[in-house]
Design a protein around this ligand. Sequence first.
Ligand code: ZN
Ligand code: ZN
Length: 349
Amino acid sequence: MKAGMLLAIENLEVRDIPTPEPSAGELLVRVEVCTVCGTDIRVFHHGHKHIRFPRITGHELSGEIVAVGKGVSDYKVGQRVAVAPAIPCGKCYYCRRGMQSMCLHLEAIGYHYDGGFAEYTLIPEVAIRNGCVNLVPANLSYEEAALAEPCSCAINGQELSGVGLGDTVAIVGAGPLGCIHIQLARARGARKVLLVELSEARSEAARRIADPDVIIINPAQEDAAARVAEETEGRGADRVIVACSSGKAQEQALTMVARRGNVNFFGGLPVDQPYIKFDSNLLHYGEFYVVGTHGSAPYQNRLALDLLAAGQVKVKELVTHHIPLDSLREGLRIAEAGEGMKVAIVPGG
Ligand SMILES: [Zn+2]
Ligand SMILES: [Zn+2]
């Protein structure tokens, strides 16, 4: 099979390697779509503590089961599946308390195991046992199913932010995840959604794809915090979700939140610039909460598929590029340059 092998940092090659065969308890999936995530780019440039080279990366994937290992009874050949890449152990302190994404022994497809930038991928037994393999609802395309992964991370984020009925929610950043957050906030009952974004093109795309009623705020043209206050009778937003990797945006978010509200640092900061500076008295007097979230649990991936199937979150138009596996490097470049929203690697064509 063809596979995009990361041989070392910034050394990516599409090679012909033997197609793996499923051992007992495993599944072999023919990858139909694997979308490119910001972390794929980060891993390409910096590697990752859980990746040993050579490694096939890619973790937002969907495909068809083409072979089942001995002892697998819950799945069969021909089923369309989406794979939740983060694999909890199911046994540790956090898993037993229902916090699978905080698992002490968390492993991930595309990190500990080979991932989706290949024609086929092997799904390990521990992933199947812990509910990471979900059937794709009939009305969803493989492309939409692959995007259940980022959608499930947004679900995890909004669960911890506590987005609820009647809230005013400010989303900072109109990338693919910002667009998903906007729709999810509506689905959870937000009354008003504000979008803070520098790029006019991205704001307009978000308005078109995610929500025609979203209120767009451009921090290059106006004081974003003042505008958020103006839109909320001076209170600030009940929930602020920072869906970009900017320390400045995180600092600013702390000035946009209502008393007793919640700020979510949803986007991680660059490894070499992880510090921010803020007036601690904002917290002291505002009594608001700050949470960070990343990743998701298998049940959130299942829920994401259900929301996509119900049309409550629409992701189809987020995919702006379809790239064959042979051009994987180019796909990563397009994603990194921000030339589109979401890049889909399509190994079969
Ligand atoms: Zn991802
Ligand atoms: Zn665990």
